[in-house]
Design a protein around this ligand. Sequence first.
Ligand code: NI
Length: 171
Amino acid sequence: MAILKIVTIPDPILRKKLASVKNINKKMVQLAHDMLETMYNAPGIGLAANQVGFDYQLAVIDATRSPEEKGKNPIILFNPKLLEKKGKIINDEGCLSIPRIYDRVMRAQKVKVSYQNEHGKEKIIEADGLLAQALQHEIDHLNGNLYIDLLSSLKRNLILKKYKKLKNEKK
Ligand code: NI
């Protein structure tokens, strides 16, 4: 396992619609596990392949709130697709590629998603709450979208300014 470097905005790979994974081979499964390790280390609850520089439809999620359950049931999703959305909910959201910034975002409350697991098996997941939010956030990443796209342009510009400022302060 290895901890990978997380890319941040404005890296153009974060705006790319990623390529579907045809062959879920050993190398792909290894990448998924490295992404999990990177996500736990960050720490975060989800990570998409472009956030570590890879052009693959691959995301990992572990959205449990319980510290004892963390790491027990991570989800590895190849080629995930949002099949259904229900309800609306507003929650705080952040992203490892826009570090130290959070804002309130409106998402569907419940979702149904299809994907292939690390064995190439077709799966369906139905989720609500934090897991539904994470699924939507990661599927957005795989399509080159970021949560800040869901905000008004005024709010988005404020966030980008704040982010630039934080980034400069860090140097
Ligand atoms: Ni993100």
